[in-house]
Design a protein around this ligand. Structure first.
Ligand SMILES: Nc1nc2c(ncn2[C@@H]2O[C@H](COP(=O)(O)OP(=O)(O)OP(=O)(O)O)[C@@H](O)[C@H]2O)c(=O)[nH]1
Ligand SMILES: [Mg+2]
Length: 182
């Protein structure tokens, strides 16, 4: 009987958020999913991550929220697929290597190209400036300027500096993501 009630309450209390993760290659998208999908005490961080081919779908459970995550490949030949995986999601996460300013122009171009797709109007955007464990990383205010995030007016936008390696700020990021659930 207790089992029946716990399944019953679980059914009614559980929520879901569907998330698409995009960004240039080697920005840390798969590392992000690996780290948030593993234990807090022993997070699955590794220097050796295989570049994604196509996409990876993962479900990650956080409390009563299930995150359904599309981790989409970032190499140039895969970028035209980003839009398809962003259709109908509760949030788009754009990850950028904040320690590699030479790629900021390309990242800005790809981000704004994606957000310009009419079907994606209004979808909330979370930009993560990853790899802030590296000395050369730039702060959030520079990312906002260089990615022209202040020009995005048709959706809620948030931007955090973080690191998958040190797990810095991942608690805030997870709060933001689970807050998109329904
Ligand atoms: N120093 C540091 N390295 C990181 C961090 N996050 C990821 N990396 C490294 O960056 C490299 C690329 O990470 P991935 O997670 O494969 O990047 P990706 O965005 O999934 O790349 P694609 O699948 O090709 O689009 C790996 O060597 C990671 O170990 C971080 O926070 N700090
Ligand atoms: Mg990947």
């Amino acid at each position: 009987m207790a089992g029946f009630f716990s399944s019953f309450f679980h059914f009614f209390l559980s929520k879901t958020a569907e998330i698409a993760i995009v960004g240039l290659q080697a920005s840390g998208k798969t590392s992000f999913v690996n780290v948030i999908g593993s234990g807090q005490v022993d997070p699955l961080w590794s220097e050796d991550v295989v570049p994604t081919v196509g996409f990876i779908f993962r479900k990650v459970r956080k409390g009563n929220v299930t995150l359904k995550i599309w981790d989409v490949a970032g190499q140039p030949k895969f970028r035209s697929m980003w839009e398809r995986y962003c259709h109908g999601v509760d949030a788009i996460v754009f990850i950028i290597d904040s320690a590699d300013p030479e790629k900021f122009n390309t990242a800005r171009f790809e981000l704004h190209q994606l957000l310009g797709q009419p079907a994606l109007t209004g979808v909330p955007l979370l930009v993560l400036g990853n790899k802030n464990d590296l000395d050369s990383h730039v702060p959030v205010k520079d990312l906002i300027r260089d990615l022209q995030l202040d020009k995005i007016a048709d959706r809620p936008v948030s931007c955090y500096s973080c690191s998958m390696k040190s797990q810095h700020n991942l608690d805030i990021v997870l709060q933001w993501l689970t807050g998109r659930s329904h």
